[in-house]
Design a protein around this ligand. Structure first.
Ligand SMILES: [Zn+2]
Ligand SMILES: [Zn+2]
Length: 149
């Protein structure tokens, strides 16, 4: 019976089509979920990237507020438009506005090449050679840079 066979076939293909659209909906949902997961992963990654910026220089210009101790990083562009107050003498570094307490009390930070801790160069001690000494590991920073080129 060729007629019956054809009917069954068309019925099957209709079923297959319906099934296909169900699959597509399911797939779309999976893709949507995948996009969401990717977005979350990116957000976590960005969070990790920013928090690692906080402990190292990574191209950011770092500051520490001498009033509240808040540490923050600025880009080169941000620094050029950031509010600051000049030091009283040429040897006094400029003091930048703290985004936390809004006082003009943030000083530029440097990272020690030996122990990788941050220090305020203008507040760090100098040794007999007149070189800045890291307040954390007592290394002569200029000498360390020369020796470890
Ligand atoms: Zn502050
Ligand atoms: Zn150090």
């Amino acid at each position: 019976m060729p007629g019956f066979g054809r009917a069954v076939n068309s019925g099957r293909s209709r079923l297959a089509l319906a099934g296909g659209s169900e699959d597509r909906k399911d797939m779309l949902m999976k893709v949507g979920l995948g996009v969401l997961m990717a977005a979350v992963a990116v957000a976590i990654f960005m969070g990790v990237a920013t928090s690692s910026n906080k402990s190292g220089p990574r191209g950011n210009i770092r500051f520490e507020c001498q009033e509240c101790g808040h540490k923050f990083g600025l880009s080169v562009q941000e620094v050029s438009s950031w509010k600051y107050k000049r030091g009283r003498t040429d040897y006094d570094p400029p003091q930048y506005e703290c985004p936390e307490c809004k006082k003009m009390a943030a000083l530029r930070l440097e990272t020690c090449p030996a122990c990788e801790a941050e220090y305020v160069p203008s507040k760090a001690k100098k040794n007999a050679k007149g070189h800045t000494v890291c307040p954390h590991c007592n290394v002569d920073i200029m000498q360390y840079r020369r020796d470890n080129k």
